[in-house]
Every structure is written in C-alpha cells, then in structure tokens.
Design a protein around this ligand. Structure first.
Ligand SMILES: Nc1ncnc2c1ncn2[C@@H]1O[C@H](COP(=O)(O)OP(=O)(O)O)[C@@H](O)[C@H]1O
Ligand SMILES: Cc1ncc(C[n+]2csc(CCOP(=O)(O)OP(=O)(O)O)c2C)c(N)n1
Ligand SMILES: [Mg+2]
Length: 333
C-alpha cells in the first residue's frame, strides 16, 4: 500500500514527483519476467538463442488517438498491441516492453494508472510471458507513448518481408478493415459542429458498430500466430498497420514479385478491406499446402507485373492505406 497522496485523491502529474508516479506504474504493470526488471538503470533480459527482435512504435495525441475517444486503459492496451504485432510478424515471441511516456503536466494520476493497467492487460491477453520491463517518464505538451518491444525467435529463422516466392499462397490472420470502420464511425458520429471529438455514446451504436469501434481503440492482433506461421514455413510476413494494399505492396516490392489478391476473399466491403489499417492482422506467404490453422488464403504470389499489387489480376494503383504525413488533419481534441 502506498500512502495517500497529499494532493487529493486524483492529483495531476504536475502536482507529484517522478518517483511517486513511477511507484504507481510499477504497482500496476505486473510481475517482471526479466533477469533484472524495472527499477534499476536498465533492465537485463535473457536471450536464449543469442538473437533479439527489436521494434518501436509511438502513439501521439492527434494523429494516433484522441482523448475524447480513447480512455487510458485502451491506450495502454493499443500501445502494447501494435508493438507486439510487429514482433510477431518476424515469427518471434515477445518478451519485454520498454515504455516511454511524455505527458502534459495536467495529466491525472488515474490516467497514468489506467495506461499501466492497459499495458499489462495487453501483454497478458496477447503475449503471455511478456511484461513491461522498463521505460521513461517526462513532461511534454503532447501526450506521447513510445513503446519498444523485444522478442526472441526460439531457434527459428526470422520471417522477412522479402522472402515471398512465385506460387506461394498469400494468407492473413486477423481482421481487415474493422479498425478503420471504427475510426470512420468516430470521425463521422462523435465530433461537434466544429469537428472537435466528443465522448462516444455507445448506446447510439449498433452491435457491429460497437465492435468496430472497439477494434479501433483496443485492437487484438493474433500475436501468437506469428511463431505458428514461421514454424509452418512462412516465406514472408508482416503486420498490416497501414492498410492491406499498401502493406502488401511493401512486401511485394521487398520480395520482387506481385501479390494478386482475391476480391472474393476480402468480404463485402472490398475498399475497406484493402485500405483500412490498424487491425494489425498478420499477412504472410506460404508454399502451397502449408497455410496453418488461423490463416485464411486471400491471394497468390505471381511474377512481378506492372504493379506490385493486383486484385483479381487488375493492377491496384491507389495508395491503399494511411500515411501520417499526408493524412493527419492536424487536429488533436
Ligand atoms: N527513424 C527511423 N530510424 C531508423 N529506422 C526507422 C525509423 N523509422 C522507421 N524505421 C524502420 O523502417 C522500417 C519501416 O518502419 P515502419 O513503417 O514504422 O514499420 P512498421 O509498420 O512495421 O512499424 C522498420 O524497419 C523501422 O524500424
Ligand atoms: C485520431 C486518429 N486519427 C487517425 C488515425 C489513423 N491512423 C493513425 S496511425 C495509423 C496507422 C499506423 O500508424 P503508423 O504510425 O504508420 O504505424 P506503423 O505502420 O509504424 O506500425 C492510422 C490508420 C487514428 N488511429 N486515430
Ligand atoms: Mg512503425
């Protein structure tokens, strides 16, 4: 038990000390799985086969989330999920997160606690055995959550974007377009006359709409299927963060082939499935007959054609996904 804060039940971080905020975080992130966990100058992690998988993704208030729509728990969960998906997409098992938090000084302590709880829940649900093993705290005008994720390959070879071969089956695990449908609902329905985001009224949404909004705010990528795909012989893999067409183009370009997607495998909203990001589905290529349970075929790898991605043989020429520099409207709210 910590002593009550002298400043009242829910002080702002600006009324507290770094040590006190850190104490509240450490109480909530769960047990360390590291050789040395949080609290020293750095964490010490075991590396069973001598290789570390390492990635970082940042959530910034404005282009990545709005505080009217995301609560602290969901933000923590999402910050974990987007990074765990990148580790999984290498065929690896996530082992540790390092979390850098830059917060405005009027951020409530309860918000920091919610973030820590969301990070813990994201690890527990998506990558059991992975935990927050360290991080950093600082003050900033813009709330920013930068998560570094580390993972191990357990003797597997990493699955790169560049290994797809002509004749492979293109398959996906997870959703396509759901999170983007949720984001569209938020922008269309939960802003005021000036376009400023307002609180979500869940009762105003049908069940499918609620699920799409949850997919946006608290995505559940199929993290455990990354190693499964690697073990099944995946030749190439990546997570779909920006949009299927855009990310498939990155894979096709890296591999020097064309990915031909089958429209009939992508559901009734083809445009949404091709362009919607943030589901963090795992897109992978497998030799014919090797697609493991949890993945569904959505296309084939063909020889490099006029465009890196085609749909039912027709070159796909739109950008097909999110670009933070081109697409952010500069709003925060
Ligand atoms: N500032 C940077 N410095 C060095 N490498 C970077 C930087 N930003 C991105 N990268 C690398 O470029 C690649 C693509 O990045 P990104 O589009 O963020 O991938 P992802 O969608 O998997 O997060 C990754 O290998 C990433 O590590
Ligand atoms: C308020 C808000 N505006 C816009 C978006 C859309 N958006 C933000 S990040 C993103 C895609 C992934 O982000 P990026 O930084 O490119 O992650 P990475 O590809 O590095 O994983 C999308 C579609 C959003 N989620 N929330
Ligand atoms: Mg990234």
């Amino acid at each position: 038990m910590t002593a009550p804060d002298p400043t009242g039940p829910d002080p702002t971080v600006g009324e507290l000390s770094e040590g006190r905020i850190l104490g509240r975080i450490l109480e909530r992130i769960g047990a360390s799985a590291a050789v040395v966990g949080p609290g020293d100058d750095a964490a010490v992690l075991a590396v069973p086969d001598g290789r570390v998988v390492a990635t970082v993704d940042t959530l910034v208030h404005g282009p990545d989330f709005r505080l009217a729509w995301s609560n602290a728990f969901d933000l923590g969960f999402k910050a974990a999920a987007v990074n765990l998906a990148d580790v999984a997409a290498m065929g690896a098992r996530p082992t540790a997160l390092l979390v850098a938090l830059a917060m405005p000084d009027d951020t409530r302590l309860s918000f920091v606690e919610g973030l820590a709880e969301g990070l813990r829940a994201g690890c527990a649900e998506l990558a059991p055995g992975c935990a927050v093993e360290g991080g950093d705290l600082t003050v900033s005008a813009t709330l920013t959550i930068a998560v570094t994720a580390l993972g191990v390959l357990d003797g597997r070879e990493p699955v790169l974007r560049s290994g797809a071969r002509v004749g492979d089956v293109v398959a996906i695990a997870g959703e396509t377009g759901r999170a983007a449908a949720g984001l569209r609902i938020l922008f269309d329905r939960f802003r005021d006359a000036e376009g400023v985001p307002v609180a979500i009224d869940a009762d105003a949404l049908g069940r499918d709409e609620q699920e799409a909004v949850i997919a946006q705010l608290r995505p559940h990528p199929p993290v455990s299927l990354g190693p499964v795909a690697a073990d099944a012989g995946a030749t190439a893999m990546m997570d779909v963060s920006d949009g299927l067409a855009l990310d498939a183009r990155r894979m096709a370009t890296a591999s020097g082939i064309t990915i031909d997607l089958h429209a009939s495998a992508l559901g009734s909203d083809l445009h949404g499935a091709l362009t919607g990001g943030e589901d963090h589905a795992l897109l992978a290529c497998f030799p014919p007959g090797a697609v493991p349970a949890g993945f569904r075929p959505i296309g084939v790898v063909v020889a490099a054609g006029p465009s890196p991605v085609s749909v039912d043989g027709t070159p796909y020429e739109e950008r097909g996904g999110w670009d933070p520099y081109a697409d952010w409207d500069a709003g925060r709210g």
